[in-house]
Design a protein around this ligand. Structure first.
Ligand SMILES: Nc1nc2c(ncn2[C@@H]2O[C@H](COP(=O)(O)OP(=O)(O)OP(=O)(O)O)[C@@H](O)[C@H]2O)c(=O)[nH]1
Ligand SMILES: [Mg+2]
Length: 414
């Protein structure tokens, strides 16, 4: 968010407090997000209203005030802490002569800034186009929406249609590419499962210290920075636990409240990487007043991603910054400092306590008089196939260690 001379843009942040969320703390986060995008915040304004005005978002009086501030403070950009409609954007721009963006566009901009990998870039572009498509508007479209119709079908309208078609085509091709990447990731995941690789994903609110923890545990050299959304692309590294088991640790993109759903959709392959892990390590910054809200946001997103059955270890990080002896009453919680390493031992033990039961894949030839074993695999393990042959039952399946001990003498080495 720099102008051509690479000077930070001077931003004025606005919000309407209509009771839908905590406007003050959300504004604090918007300041951090704006700075993360490279803007210099010159002021903030919160207006209490029953609901935002559909034409101008803020009240008309406030709009005039905004225009004054923009002129006096040489504001380059207004950022609203909400999703704005095209009409609202246009009206505020017309009154202030300053470019207006909303919270979603800001977050998309930060993601665009941070995307390094091919996949990351594809995901951001998809989210941006998806967001833009319904917002492509011109006077003609606005008038026909108001029931006008006649006189609205000019060249403007058809140019808009061409743009729309162009964007839709582009979106189709981007989505095809993303589908392919997703399929590839899915294959890798299946292979990892088959090879018995156990994965543990580090998730949590942005800036909670996920990358710092990853680096502390594995020397991964991931960028850790006091900045929102420093990490976008997932990184994985092997971590050997004290008991000898190795898990694959995954560091990934952070969460934020009211995460634009276009982003969630576009980033599904990245998020699924975390969601499909065997163990989830949910890191929160315990020095933040908003720690519990952050945990809640993360928990809700994880549920949305379909991993409510995965064991979650809650990590209260940055404990070196607070004199708190008690951890909020959450089961499976550990207090650590990823910076000093305090408490990390307990985290490793918690990971070991939550390791999934290791399943061994077997192919067996079971004599008919031992057919009960097949029933046991079906019940306590995972029976993949069974076939009755002249020599006995040929069965494939997954067994835990107890079951494996019982069936291993019938293994078929093919
Ligand atoms: N004092 C203190 N600072 C920490 C600790 N863990 C992380 N930090 C700092 O918090 C900031 C954010 O850390 P990151 O590891 O980049 O956070 P992240 O969760 O990966 O953030 P995103 O990738 O942006 O979502 C950095 O400035 C870290 O140095 C800790 O235990 N104590
Ligand atoms: Mg990070």
């Amino acid at each position: 968010m720099y102008d051509n001379e690479q000077k930070p843009q001077r931003a004025l942040l606005i919000s309407v407090d209509y009771g839908a969320f905590d406007a003050e703390s959300s504004m604090d986060e918007l300041i951090a997000l704006s700075e993360s995008a490279g803007a210099e915040v010159v002021g903030t304004m919160i207006q209490k209203l029953e609901k935002p005005l559909s034409a101008t978002y803020v009240g008309t009086g406030r709009l005039e005030e905004l225009a004054e501030i923009c002129k006096n403070q040489e504001v380059d950009l207004i950022i609203a802490d909400d999703e704005l409609s095209p009409i609202q954007i246009k009206n505020i721009e017309d009154s202030t002569n300053v470019r207006v963006i909303d919270r979603t566009m800001l977050i998309l901009d930060i993601f665009a800034l941070r995307a390094n990998s091919k996949e990351g870039k594809l995901q951001v572009e998809t989210a941006q186009l998806r967001y833009m498509l319904p917002r492509l508007t011109g006077k003609g479209v606005e008038m026909s929406r108001q029931g006008g119709g006649i006189g609205t079908r000019g060249p403007g309208e058809s140019k808009l249609e061409t743009d729309r078609r162009h964007i839709r085509r582009k979106l189709d091709s981007l989505e095809e590419k993303l589908d392919e990447i997703e399929k590839h990731r899915e294959l890798l995941r299946q292979k990892r499962k088959k090879d018995g690789v156990i994965t543990a994903a580090i998730v949590g609110y942005t800036n909670a210290g996920k990358s710092t923890l990853m680096n502390y545990l594995t020397n991964a050299g991931v960028l850790e920075k006091d900045q929102l959304f420093a990490t976008l692309d997932p990184t994985s590294r092997a971590l050997k636990l004290p008991g000898g088991v190795t898990v694959m640790l995954i560091d990934t993109v952070g969460f934020v409240r009211r995460l634009p759903h276009h982003l969630v959709k576009a980033f599904r392959s990245t998020l699924e990487e975390a969601a499909s892990a065997d163990i989830i390590i949910n890191v929160c910054d315990v020095s933040s007043e908003e720690a519990l809200l952050h945990l809640e946001v993360t928990k809700n997103l994880l549920t949305e991603l379909g991993c409510s059955d995965t064991p979650i270890i809650t990590v209260f990080n940055k404990s070196d910054l607070v004199d708190l002896d008690i951890v909020p009453n959450i089961s499976n919680g550990v207090r650590i400092s990823a910076k000093t390493g305090a408490g990390v031992d307990s985290l490793l033990i918690a990971i070991e306590d939550n390791l999934p039961v290791r399943m061994t894949r077997v192919k067996l030839l079971v004599p008919f008089d031992k057919a009960g074993l097949i029933a046991e695999i079906r019940k306590n393990g995972n029976l993949i196939s069974e076939e009755y042959t002249a020599d006995g039952i040929v069965a494939e399946g997954l067994c835990d260690s107890a079951l494996y001990a019982k069936v291993k003498e019938f293994q078929l080495w093919t």
